[in-house]
Ligand binder design. Structure first.
Ligand code: PEP
Ligand code: MN
Length: 342
């Protein structure tokens, strides 16, 4: 439920609304807006509670409108927070009005490999450097990542290049370690509903890059974001990275680009598209990256490798440095065309 106060409603009137909400056993959340204040109740209420509250609050002075939110998420919703969220990490803004590209290898493999990738990412004009140190691999026998050694490499190369860094954290107890070395915490698709991890990432206060689970609905995705937001961390970036495909013979996942305008309608959080995991095939990455710009995404996450043929993970979807550079050029042209600064 969201209570929109009238223009110029007094602090006493806002407090009176909060008091009624408390009397009904719920916690109010005051949301000061540019010219009007809203009061939300970030918890689900049963039908009786809702009806009683609506009647009690509707009669109070200073109240303009009481809206029942049918969506199960609150803090992530546009109703709660009509202004789009722009997340600033160092010198990079993520959100409407700019177009951010996060590039880099699937995994950090060595300092040489990561340093080379970083130079290429930077030279092509991208501003965020990605690379996994803890890798969620389907097989326990596949390369699992360099763990803390990889994080140290990310930190060093990030400092040297000035690029903002992002890397995945797979469990709640590893949040402090990963947060010590990187600028943005990535929560992988397989971990989207690892609730203890979402809570720890929320508590860390670091920007959180949340990937959509391969079979997660939009509501499940936004409820996962809600876990992070409900810890008092407003810096959540959503990432569409493809959902379970009907046919794995051609692409690894089905990139759900329709999720971009849908998310933009229902949430204020920035939306990034990952066409690399979304297709699994390097030659399909550029067309889907371009489609993502036009669909209204706020940026891209793209895997590139100095030499994809020898990559220790996801080589078949990694762009070569010239392919990445070309993609950047194309994306920039399109971003200019649709009126974004890249
Ligand atoms: C990754 O970004 O390398 C990754 C493992 O992605 P996802 O969680 O989307 O599969
Ligand atoms: Mn990968």
């Amino acid at each position: 439920m969201i209570i929109l106060m009238r223009l110029g409603a007094s602090a006493e009137q806002i407090e009176a609304v909060c008091a009624v909400i408390r009397d009904h056993g719920a916690d109010p959340l005051v949301l000061p807006g540019e010219d009007r204040t809203a009061v939300g109740i970030p918890a689900s209420l049963n039908a009786d509670q809702r009806a009683n509250l609506e009647a009690a609050i509707g009669a109070l002075e200073g109240v303009s409108k009481v809206t029942q939110t049918s969506r199960p998420y609150k803090l992530a919703s546009r109703e709660f927070h009509p202004e789009p969220t722009i997340i600033r990490v160092k010198n990079v803004a993520i959100g409407p009005g700019t177009f951010v590209v996060m590039g880099g290898p699937c995994s950090v493999e060595s300092e040489e490999q990561f340093a080379e990738a970083a130079q290429q990412v930077k030279a092509a004009g991208a501003t965020v450097l990605r690379g996994g140190a803890f890798k969620p691999r389907t097989s326990p026998y596949a390369f699992q990542g360099l763990a803390e050694e990889g994080l140290k490499i990310i930190k060093k190369i990030g400092d040297e290049t000035g690029l903002v860094t992002i890397s995945e954290v797979m469990s709640g107890d590893l949040v402090p370690l990963v947060a010590k070395y990187v600028d943005i915490l990535q929560i992988g698709a397989r971990s989207m509903q690892n609730f203890p991890l979402l809570i720890e990432a929320g508590k860390s206060g670091k920007p959180v890059f949340l990937k959509r689970g391969p079979s997660a609905s939009i509501d499940e995705f936004l409820l996962a974001a809600e876990y992070v937001l409900s810890q008092g961390n407003p810096n959540v970036i959503l990432c569409e990275r493809g959902v379970m495909p009907i046919d794995r013979g051609y692409t690894r996942n089905t990139l759900d680009l329709a999720a971009v305008p849908v998310l933009k309608e229902y949430t204020h959080l920035p939306v990034i598209v990952d066409p690399s995991h979304g297709t699994g095939v390097a030659r399909y990455v550029e067309p889907m990256a371009k489609a993502a710009v036009v669909a209204g995404a706020d940026g891209l996450m793209v895997e590139m490798h100095p030499n994809p043929k020898v990559a220790l993970s996801d080589g078949s979807q990694a762009l070569t440095p010239p392919q990445f550079e070309r993609l950047m050029g194309e994306v920039k042209r399109l971003a200019d065309f649709v009126g974004l600064r890249s």
